[in-house]
Design a protein around this ligand. Structure first.
Ligand code: HXC
Ligand code: NAP
Length: 268
């Protein structure tokens, strides 16, 4: 798919799945901007986007928990690129922790990044979206609709993200803006997968749950984002779409209890 001339913003786009998404748009010739907290990760990713074929590459360092910094960062992207054709919001934090054992601040931290971060990004971007025509993708997680032990914080936050997706599809659909959530499967080589299944044995357990027989790849998720951003996705909005090799047809599977077992085991 060609994205020449399109302005694409990927928040949380400097590692893992989201960086793969940003690179896929760059390879399609888009003008791409990425943001995350680390200046170094932003600089490395901007260089990688240029190498991947981006017509332009921009970057900014900010924390999605800081609403003012998000406004400033996205305003900078708008000055550089004009109205956004595509916005991907995927900044997230996660760690395995049982609810009774984690502090209130630990729970709040994930809600602040995943849920309030999404609110900040949506609100700051609204005035900069191409209307009609913009396509927004929120990067969600299976925790939004499946329970996983040791993940109540992420479950609560990502469920909120998906409801924002559905609600803004109504509110902003009137302006010709589409919004969908993409739910990655278990994606190889990512921070998210390594935190929840840190051993080879744990990963093998997850793989044995995946009907398509392999872990996902960042490019699998990127393919869905490109589709949703293209004319082929012009009538898709308000949807939560998993790209998971059919893993979540089994519910939360082994991982649903494995994280809890790992945490209880660590306690002795
Ligand atoms: C219990 C923990 C904890 C842990 C942190 N906390 N890690 N509690 N178990 N493992 C607590 C701290 O003690 C503190 O509470 C509070 O959380 C905030 O911690 P900080 O370290 O001060 O937060 P901060 O520096 O802002 O870092 C945020 C973070 C960090 C979420 C804790 O891990 C991070 O930056 N993550 C970004 C990368 C990431 O998580 N990627 C994976 C995304 S995968 P107190 O009470 O002590 O102050 C994903 C879904 C994957 O989202 C799904 C796969 C199927
Ligand atoms: P990752 O590599 O840790 O990516 C997270 C990105 O968000 C990084 O660019 C990170 O950069 C940025 N970020 C984190 N906290 C931020 C904050 N407070 N403000 C601004 N940026 C922040 O994780 P990943 O595993 O690829 O996950 C990417 C997305 O996919 C997440 O939304 C996750 O929930 C979802 N997901 C992942 C999997 C999986 O298998 N990995 C499965 C389902 C869903 P900085 O550190 O520089 O801030």
């Amino acid at each position: 798919m060609e994205f020449e001339g399109k302005a694409v913003v990927v928040v949380g786009g400097t590692s893992g799945i989201n960086r793969g998404i940003a690179e896929a748009f760059a390879a399609g010739g888009a003008r791409v901007a990425v943001a995350s907290r680390s200046e170094q990760k932003v600089a490395d990713t901007v260089a990688a986007l240029q190498a991947a074929g981006a017509a332009e590459a921009h970057g900014a360092a900010f924390d999605v928990r800081d609403a003012g910094a998000v406004v400033e960062g996205l305003a900078g992207f708008h000055r550089a690129m004009g109205d956004f054709d595509v916005l991907v919001s995927g900044a997230a934090g996660n760690f395995p922790a049982l609810t009774a054992e984690m502090s209130v601040n630990a729970f709040r931290t994930v809600v602040e990044i995943d849920l309030m971060g999404t609110v900040h990004v949506m609100k700051a971007a609204h005035g900069f979206l191409r209307k009609p025509g913009a396509s927004i993708v929120n990067i969600s997680a299976p925790q939004a609709y499946l329970p996983y032990e040791g993940q109540a914080h992420v479950c609560a936050a990502k469920a909120g993200v998906d409801q924002i997706t559905r609600t803004l599809a109504l509110e902003w659909g009137r302006e010709g803006v589409r919004i969908n959530s993409v739910v990655p499967g278990f994606i190889e080589g990512t921070e998210g997968a390594d935190r929840l299944a840190p051993t080879e044995e744990a990963k093998a357990g997850v793989i044995s749950d995946i009907p398509l027989g392999r872990l996902g790849r960042a490019e699998d998720v990127a393919g869905m984002c490109l589709f949703l951003a293209s004319e082929m996705g012009a009538y898709v909005s308000g949807q939560v779409i998993a790209v998971d090799g059919a893993l979540y047809q089994r519910g939360s599977g082994r991982l649903g209890s494995m994280i809890g077992e790992m945490l209880r085991g660590a306690k002795g």
